[in-house]
Ligand binder design. Structure first.
Ligand code: NAP
Ligand code: G4F
Length: 323
């Protein structure tokens, strides 16, 4: 068991909740930056039964002084920067906010670490969205970036800031380039959870149609619970580095829908409708990661198949709606 202390920005998000659980199980004192909202954002921590075990500090990624205060109060040896405006679709409507939170916000956390405790280890939540218009069939750590959304552009800045602080100041700053990862705690705006929720509603007779955008898009989808283990492993290495975390399989949105509907004995074709409202100004058509470096150096491999993931999500939404 560890007696370390960790700070997580984005603790109320999907990954923040799973990472908190993992670190608590390892004996860490877990501190989180809580960006004040008017609505309930603690539901994920409650679902995992850990809302009373984490220590929450008011703060915001756009407010450097609040980040400095959290790092001082926590004495953190590890800092995980998971906070972000993470919905790609919204980033065209809020490009400046997205840049401030996802790009400059990461820089604020790096500065806070440098000022308070430059020995602390830092994790940046980078993303396969940085590959955008893909420059290689299977994307790895050496594949050039070509972001296709304001979100991707902001994340490229944060990624390079992480590399730069490692090289400039010798900080233990790692960037995890994670491909899409999902769970029953996924936000309802993302396509897998939109589908699992709709399938449950249709099965229970509360909805008839599911409206989607580009169902030919392909994603490399894994389970968030597996992916937070990779984040922790990166910070346990003697030297900081960048790692692609992915399953190495890619699937269309349409095929993912087929799995979800078939799980409750329905056919996706009977319920799907295409709505141009959900198309994006520029699309990332296909993502397919190569996680060979993570396997070799971290000993990390995904444990959950796409079918297990999607059926887990549909079952969770059936339970929520029935309850
Ligand atoms: P998420 O569920 O959307 O969580 C985002 C978190 O960031 C929430 O806790 C949110 O707080 C917080 N946040 C938003 N604006 C903030 C601000 N101004 N200051 C402080 N906190 C703020 O995202 P996720 O799926 O867990 O993803 C975690 C990170 O990994 C994100 O950086 C995301 O971009 C990145 N990523 C995700 C994936 C994926 O497939 N899930 C893949 C690659 C990279 P509220 O709860 O109050 O809104
Ligand atoms: O679930 P999505 O919204 O995820 P997207 O855009 O790939 O972004 C997620 O993964 C990134 C990693 O690559 C993260 F960095 C990011 O924070 C986020 O977690 O959309 C997946 C695909 C897209 O091609 C989208 O156009 O599904 C397509 N899609 C089709 N119909 C839809 C819909 N997406 C959403 N959200 N809603 C639809 O109705």
């Amino acid at each position: 068991m560890s007696n370390k202390s960790a700070v997580i920005t984005g603790i109320t998000g999907q990954d923040g909740a799973y990472l908190s659980k993992l670190l608590l199980e390892k004996g860490y004192a877990v501190h989180g930056v809580l960006a004040r909202r008017s609505s309930d954002t603690l539901w994920r921590l409650r679902e995992l039964g850990i809302d009373g075990e984490v220590r929450l500090h008011d703060g915001d990624l756009t407010d450097l002084s609040s980040l400095i205060r959290v790092l001082q109060a926590s004495g953190a040896a590890e800092v995980y920067n998971l906070g972000a405006q993470s919905f790609v679709g919204s980033s065209w409507q809020q490009p400046i906010l997205t840049a401030q939170v996802d790009g400059v916000g990461a820089l604020n956390v790096l500065e806070a670490v440098r000022l308070v405790n430059p020995q602390a280890r830092f994790y940046q939540a980078s993303t396969s969205e940085m590959f955008g218009l893909i420059q290689a069939d299977r994307q790895d750590e050496r594949t050039p970036f070509y972001p296709r959304s304001p979100y991707g552009v902001a994340k490229v800045m944060a990624h390079w800031a992480t590399v730069n602080y490692r090289e400039s100041f010798g900080m233990h700053a790692s960037s995890g380039i994670l491909f899409n990862h999902e769970s029953p705690l996924r936000g309802i705006e993302f396509v897998t959870r939109k589908v699992s929720d709709a399938v449950a509603r249709i099965k229970l007779g509360r909805q008839k149609v599911l409206k989607l955008g580009n169902i030919d898009a392909k994603r490399d989808w894994g389970f968030a619970g597996d992916y937070v283990e990779a984040m922790w492993l990166m910070l346990q290495q003697p030297a900081a580095d960048d790692y692609v975390i992915a399953t190495g399989q890619t699937t269309t949105v349409r095929q993912m829908c087929d799995i979800a509907f078939a799980h409750v004995g329905l056919r996706a074709d009977d319920h799907l409708e295409i709505d141009p409202k959900f198309m994006r100004p520029a699309e990332v058509d296909v993502l397919l990661g190569n996680p060979a470096k993570a396997k070799e150096r971290l000993g990390w491999e995904p444990k959950t198949s796409l079918a297990q993931l999607i059926t887990m999500m549909v079952d969770a939404d059936m339970r929520r709606l029935a309850g």
